[in-house]
Design a protein around this ligand. Structure first.
Ligand code: ADP
Ligand code: MG
Length: 615
């Protein structure tokens, strides 16, 4: 524990072997390290391959195979070979994302985690599978250095939530690595380009990998990267380019019901062809006895609709971040699929500038992670090691219904900042209470209250219209300042607190343990509270409609609606979130035709020359 109350991750004076940066990717993973002052990717086999395919095979005879050899085994042993495990990290088995994914056999077991039933014994969790990938990288790095590697910076997508981040960290620990920090992938790319050396700027990071597309807009302020917005498509990547080629080849072969093994062989050939087309104008693809020349021009045309999908996502991310393409200071290319010349051209056109692409887009994230690992461990860079202090407990805000919304997750390295936009709940509401809390639990009373203040002077508007941005900023000394600003008038109010004040190590520890012990219960509490807030909103709305448009009610309707209202009100006092939800739904149903009449009347009055504002 350092004197300002923050947990110190390690003692910088006691070196612990080599530190590495790891890009734990969906398709491929890499390990890099700063060697003689320069970040370099390390080879993952005895040749010069830097990419370790993120594939783990569990053999019938026991034993685990990771990487290129595992990928070769995938077609023959689909359920014993886990590909794209990253997509399962931190997700529960009921998660719709999880259900969508694949052909794996899920095993039952305690807790809300996915378990793959694989050959050779016990079911494995995504954390364990990722742990195998990390262990393989650690081993490679150790044989490279002929020494111990015990510390790593691991990258994660900027949109990863707390559970996904925690799962990644646990995978690291399982592999025998001390995770110095989880670093956002786009931030890692920016570090690799040394963009943090500039004073400020706004950057777009365009990441097209094997199966996912991510766009992030980053803002650099005084050496801290802040993620302004993220967007993406979790089902779009270089693999889709392979499928586009494979489809055309199947057509040319006149093959309408290919066998699974032909498809697998064809996809592998298509991938090779695609990669070769990056450097050659035409490439011959061979599968079985079929030979076909694919021209880059044709390939470009086939993938054009796929590339254009990324454009829609990028425009939205720019809009969310409140910047135009022209205001950006740079665009960075990340991911193997951005090698495709047509993708580069499209990005240049979309952002109106040449993207930065001279660092290998496969390696750029791992290189940035290595730079960060070096910053955090290199004793020659003592000043920068200050960055090691972390926030021991999450910082958040009370929202409707007594739930805590976390703005800065625990273990965030300081300095850091985060912002979120809130709105008013009631018509004409002119004040907003800001209640700052610390802790991991979901309910306000289970967290520690740090400060409260009220932003007043919000101009009266209909509920949900006002926009109040609440910004948390923690400086290098661990001082938290919170600012709330109403966006249309600019009125603002702020407060400064020192979040760690008065907390002992034991208290921090206890709060963390509690959050684990009460996780299930907390989820339920949160659901009930959310439903109660929804119930309150619906009741307010119903009362308003009945009051203003009672004349439109038909025989017996009022009694039915009022009974449904009463039921919502009753159940909202209880603890059953499903029941509340159903009661709200029932109220919606009985009032549907009444609400339609209200709308129709409003529309006909507008048509009759009234203004919309009257309603
Ligand atoms: P992820 O971030 O999902 O782990 P990568 O960044 O490693 O993925 O990107 C993998 C994708 O990049 C694959 O679809 C691969 O075929 C593609 N790729 C790799 N090299 C090239 C190349 N030279 N030309 C075109 N595509 C490439
Ligand atoms: Mg990647």
């Amino acid at each position: 524990m350092s004197k300002n109350g923050y947990l110190q991750i390690h003692d910088p004076l006691k070196p612990k072997g080599y530190a590495v940066g790891i890009d734990l990717g969906t398709t491929n993973s890499l390990v890099a390290s700063v060697i003689q002052g320069k970040p370099r990717c390390l080879s993952v086999d005895d040749g010069d391959a830097m990419l370790l395919p993120s594939v783990v095979h569990y053999a019938k005879e026991g034993g685990v195979v990771v990487g290129a050899r595992a990928r070769k085994l995938a077609a023959e042993h689909p359920t014993d070979t886990i590909i794209s495990v990253k997509r399962f990290m931190g997700r529960s088995p009921e998660d719709p994302e999880t259900r969508k994914l694949g052909h794996y056999q899920f095993a039952d077991g305690p807790g809300r985690v996915v378990r793959f039933q694989v050959a050779g014994g016990q079911p494995v969790t995504p954390i364990e599978v990722s742990g195998e990938i990390l262990r393989a990288l650690k081993r490679r790095a150790e044989s490279h250095f002929a020494g111990k590697v015990e510390q790593a910076v691991i990258t994660v997508p900027a949109y990863f939530d707390d559970a996904q981040r925690q799962a990644t960290k646990d995978a690291g620990r399982l592999a025998g690595l001390e995770v110095l920090r989880l670093l956002n992938e786009p931030t890692a790319a920016a570090l690799a380009y040394g963009l943090d050396k500039g004073s400020q700027g706004t950057f777009a990071v365009y990441d097209l990998g094997g199966g996912t597309f991510d766009i992030s807009i980053l803002k650099l302020v005084e050496g801290i990267f802040e993620v302004k917005s993220t967007g993406g498509d979790s089902a779009l990547g270089g693999d889709d380019f392979d499928r586009a080629i494979a489809q055309r080849v199947l057509q040319a072969m006149g093959e309408s019901s290919p066998s699974p093994s032909l498809v697998a062989e064809l996809l592998a050939a298509a991938r090779k062809t695609k990669e070769a087309l990056t450097d050659a104008p035409e490439v011959e693809l061979g599968v079985g006895s079929h030979r076909q020349v694919i021209r880059r021009e044709d390939f470009d045309a086939w993938i054009q609709p796929l590339i254009q999908k990324t454009g829609i996502v990028c425009r939205r991310a720019l809009k969310d971040a409140g910047v135009t393409a022209a205001e950006l200071d740079g665009v960075i290319l990340v991911g193997g699929a951005t090698r495709v010349p047509a993708v580069r051209r499209y990005v240049a056109e979309l952002f109106g500038r040449e993207p930065l692409g001279d660092i290998d887009p496969d390696q750029v994230v791992a290189l940035g992670a290595a730079v960060q690992a070096d910053l955090l461990t290199n004793t020659d860079r003592q000043d920068e090691v200050l960055l090691l202090d972390v926030i021991p407990l999450s910082l958040g805000l009370e929202t409707m219904g007594g739930i805590v919304e976390k703005l800065i997750p625990r273990n965030s390295t300081i300095p850091t900042a985060a912002a979120q936009v809130f709105t008013t709940f009631k018509d004409g509401q002119t004040g907003l209470d800001v209640h700052v809390l610390q802790g991991e639990r979901e309910a306000v009373e289970d967290c520690r209250s740090l400060a409260r203040f009220r932003l007043s002077g919000i101009p009266p508007m209909a509920a949900g219209i006002a926009r109040v941005e609440v910004r948390f900023q923690v400086d290098a000394d661990g001082i938290l300042s919170v600012t709330a600003q109403e966006q249309s008038t600019g009125i603002s109010q702020s407060i400064t607190v020192k979040p760690s004040h008065g907390l002992t190590d034991e208290e921090v520890e206890r709060m963390l343990l509690d959050s684990i012990d009460y996780a299930e219960q907390d989820i339920q509490i949160r659901q009930v509270r959310e439903q109660r807030v929804e119930a309150e909103r619906v009741l307010m709305d119903a009362a308003k409609q009945l009051g203003e448009h009672g004349g439109l009610l038909q025989d017996g309707e009022r009694a039915a609606i009022e009974a449904a209202i009463e039921r919502v009100r009753e159940l909202a006092k209880g603890e059953d979130s499903h029941a509340i939800k159903e009661a709200i739904h029932a109220l919606d149903e009985v009032s549907r035709s009444f609400v339609e009449r209200v709308m129709n009347q409003a529309i006909s009055q507008v048509v009759a020359g009234h203004s919309v504002e009257e309603y």
